[in-house]
Design a protein around this ligand. Structure first.
Ligand SMILES: [Zn+2]
Length: 112
């Protein structure tokens, strides 16, 4: 019979453990303490993560308030209205959109 049991000293409290495996480092009491602490740390990490997430959400809310969605199409630039103007000018819808975009650009630059 090979001897696969060892005598080890707990790294935490120094208690002598007889007939234990080669890799045993802590006595059962210290093992329980360590696992409890691990659970506490995991809990703390989770709470910190949650807090961070909450803060991030708040920032996003502020940003949304500061930069609301662009206004919805008005009656004036609805597809139907643009299409009607296009028809009246003898253009296609796409041509009318490009034309109005160009006109707006020129107006913004003060060229017309
Ligand atoms: Zn111990």
């Amino acid at each position: 019979m090979g001897t696969s049991v060892y005598t080890r000293i707990c790294e935490d409290c120094g208690v002598v453990m007889e007939n234990v495996g080669a890799t045993r480092r802590f006595c059962p009491a210290c093992l329980a303490k360590r696992s409890a602490e691990k659970a506490r740390n995991a809990d703390r990490a989770k709470r910190a993560e949650w807090k961070e997430w909450e803060a991030q959400r708040k920032v996003e809310q502020e940003l949304r308030k500061a930069f609301p969605h662009p206004p919805k199409p008005t009656a004036e630039n609805s597809i139907q209205a643009v299409n009607a103007r296009a028809k009246a000018a003898g253009r296609s819808y796409g041509q009318q959109v490009l034309f109005e975009r160009r006109q707006k650009e020129l107006k913004d630059r003060g060229e017309i």
